[in-house]
Design a protein around this ligand. Structure first.
Ligand SMILES: [Zn+2]
Ligand SMILES: [Zn+2]
Length: 344
């Protein structure tokens, strides 16, 4: 089968790989019909996240179940399914508490040996462990493009607002309007936020946030602090979603957030980072961090998507054949695309 493999920084290849086989009773094999290129794939592409040469990358996928072990009961061969970027065991201490994202046996697709050695989904076939938790049937009427977001990008945007406790009438600022930030804008609106202030420096992304009901604010050509103050009677936002993963964005998020507000950090951090703890403390703010519990949120996200309250389809800017993956990565690296969908 064809698969997209990492070779070296800035070098990926479409090559022939052996077809996966069922290994455990709750494994399924999915024939992938659409697979996304994600910002975290770019970290691998750049060499910032080190994986083995020849490893298959990708972790966003929809497709059809073509094989399933005896222990798979929630989906069956022939079902059209979507899946999560990560798998969880369902039985460890954290899974029993519903914190699937911190499962002791968690593995992430397409991230090499360090994240569990699970081959990626930018391939014609993918082995999906713990299929009862990882996969869902695609709800009737939901497009493949939309379903592709449920197990990663929309799940993360939703998590950013739910973990922060966004409630009806709140004001929410979103910093960084990549796909996750744009999904957080929609999730905040769906949660009843009265105002969503969306900050970025790319005009097209600001325009899209505006079309989702946010007030777009340019990071440098406007003054985000003044805009948030003006929208909140000088208080600051009840919740600020930091969807960038940069200390400067985090500093701004603390400043945009009101007293007793919540800073919700879904931008990725792996290194030491200095923040103004004094400011956070004086303002009695709460900070939520970490990657999203997409398995835990999957059913709610699918219900909201099926009801049309969350609709990520405008984020898909490109469809390309899987064999064009090297061009797709180069295009995405130049920030000329928002979401590229590869079709094997
Ligand atoms: Zn992703
Ligand atoms: Zn677990």
């Amino acid at each position: 089968m064809q698969a997209v493999t990492f070779q070296a920084p800035h070098e990926i290849r479409v090559e022939e790989r052996p077809e996966p086989e069922l290994l455990a009773a709750d494994d399924a094999i999915v024939r992938v019909t659409a697979t996304g290129v994600c910002g975290s794939d770019l970290h691998i592409y750049h060499g910032r996240v080190a994986i083995e040469p020849g490893f298959t990358i990708g972790h966003e996928y929809v497709g059809e179940v073509v094989a399933a072990g005896d222990g798979v009961t929630s989906v069956a061969v022939g079902d059209r399914v979507l899946g999560c970027f990560q798998v969880a065991c369902g039985t460890c201490f954290f899974c029993r508490r519903g914190d699937y994202h911190k499962c002791d046996g968690s593995r992430t697709f397409g991230h090499g040996a360090t994240l569990g050695g699970l081959q990626g989904t930018q391939a014609e076939l993918a082995l999906v462990p713990h299929a009862n938790l990882t996969l869902r049937r695609i709800p009737e009427g939901l497009s493949e493009d939309a379903a592709l977001f449920a197990g990663d990008v929309m799940g993360t945007g939703y998590h950013a607002t739910v973990a922060a406790g966004v409630k009806a009438g709140d004001s929410v600022a979103v910093l960084g309007l990549g796909p996750v930030g744009l999904c957080a804008v929609q999730a905040a609106r769906a949660a009843g936020a009265a105002q969503v202030i969306a900050v970025d420096s790319v005009e097209a992304r600001l325009a899209m946030a505006g079309s989702f009901g946010a007030e777009p604010v340019h990071l440098t050509e406007q003054d985000p602090r003044a805009a948030v103050k003006a929208a909140t009677a000088g208080r600051g936002a009840d919740v600020c979603v930091e969807a960038v993963g940069d200390p400067r964005a985090l500093e701004l998020a603390i400043r945009l957030t009101s007293k007793c507000g919540v800073v919700s950090v879904v931008g990725v951090y792996a290194e030491r980072c200095e923040i103004h703890m004094g400011l956070l403390w004086i303002k009695a703010q709460t900070m939520r961090t970490g990657h999203a519990n997409v398995i835990g949120h999957l059913d709610a996200v699918l219900a909201l998507m099926a009801a049309g309250q969350l609709d990520p389809t405008p984020l898909v800017t490109h469809h390309m054949p899987l064999s064009d993956a090297p061009e797709a990565y180069a295009l995405y690296d130049r920030r000329e695309a928002l979401k590229i969908v590869l079709n094997p």
